[in-house]
Design a binder for this molecule. Structure first.
Ligand code: 5GP
Ligand code: MN
Length: 331
């Protein structure tokens, strides 16, 4: 984060503009945690700020401080539209392309606000006046910490901010497990714990929040898993009928894809989830095997080297047939 950009942001904040903070569609722990972390930070400086999300987020993040004050376009399009239209400063967090804001994209495209992007995905688009992009960062939450630090304001990090940021670092690193987890990640986590983030409580809030239905759905997912030894690839399918049978709620299928990678010698795991008009796909991989490039090339998606997503327009059978056909292209 260069000093000129930080000075520019300080000047912008001095103007006391109306501010919106935007996460990507289907916000995960890092998106919600970073938005709320930045929100509470700006609140400590009495800024006029709101978080506006394209759609709802899982129950297991609803306990985050002031999660209930997030304006959700799907639930209240009028309030969301008004907030964005009146904003003069807009932070977009945890995404690299305006199209990831989904229903909010047209509003953002027509906005004349000054944009600031803070994100750790590869290949950021060039829509923001200031772009903080660090694909090596474990999470956008750790970048929010670095941003506050660069502002010379580490002491402003209180228990509330620390809790939000810790949550996103924890979820985006797979509980401090992925290759993106460095000694610096632990240093930041340590600082946040010192400031009052409660590790075991946050873990419990996020991961010990399953419904019985979700566990039953997981058993269906694991039963449906196919392992292609010759491709070191595991994939799971879940049809809309199977989802409905287990009363699937937002976030219920999160993490299922990771089980594929626990198979010895596997290098690629995928899950195909049937939505109303398309198949939503998540990919996970090990080491240098690049699912970001794969999702971009074949599934109109993207993400990171070892975690990416995309979509397929068609039936489940067509999606898996296409996947099997192009699989030899995955490296
Ligand atoms: P997940 O599989 O957990 O939904 O997402 C894994 C990673 O890929 C996340 O960083 C997410 O932002 C990104 N991602 C998921 N779906 C899409 C997509 O459709 N397009 C793009 N560009 N990125 C995606
Ligand atoms: Mn993230």
């Amino acid at each position: 984060m260069n000093i000129y950009d930080i000075e520019t942001i300080k000047l912008l904040l001095d103007k006391r503009l109306k501010i919106s903070i935007i996460p990507h569609k289907n916000p995960d722990g890092d998106a919600i945690g970073s938005c709320l972390g930045l929100y509470h930070y700006l609140k400590t400086h009495n800024q006029d700020v709101k978080v506006v999300s394209p759609n709802d987020f899982p129950d297991f993040f609803k306990w985050l401080p002031e999660a209930e004050n997030i304006v959700i376009y799907d639930n209240d399009p009028k309030a969301a539209t008004e907030q964005i239209e009146k904003s003069k400063l807009i932070f977009t967090l945890d995404f690299n392309s305006l199209k990831r804001a989904d229903t909010l994209t047209p509003l953002l495209e027509s906005s004349e606000a000054t944009f600031i992007m803070i994100d750790h995905h590869q290949a950021p688009e060039d829509y923001a006046k200031i772009t903080f992009s660090n694909p090596n960062a474990s999470s956008t939450c750790s970048m929010i910490y670095s941003f506050i630090d660069a502002m010379g304001d580490k002491n402003a990090i209180n228990q509330t901010i620390a809790t939000c940021l810790y949550t996103g670092i924890m979820t985006d690193t797979g509980n401090f497990k992925y290759a993106s987890t460095t000694s610096n990640t632990f240093k930041i986590a340590s600082f946040l714990i010192e400031k009052g983030a409660n590790n075991s409580q946050i873990n419990s809030n996020v991961f010990e929040n399953n419904s019985y239905d979700r566990i039953q759905l997981m058993s269906v997912a694991l039963k449906n898993m196919v392992y292609l030894k010759e491709h070191n690839t595991a994939y799971i399918t879940l049809t809309s009928e199977e989802l409905a049978n287990h009363n699937c709620q937002k976030g219920d299928t999160d993490g299922f894809v990771n089980y594929g990678l626990t198979i010895k010698d596997s290098k690629l795991a995928a899950i195909f989830i049937q939505e109303k008009n398309y198949i939503k796909i998540s990919f996970r991989s090990k080491n240098q095997h690049d699912v970001n490039a794969f999702a971009r090339r074949f599934f109109n998606g993207g993400g990171h080297i070892n975690a990416a997503g995309g979509r397929f327009d068609g039936s489940m059978e067509e999606a898996t047939a296409y996947f099997l056909k192009i699989l030899p292209e995955f490296h």
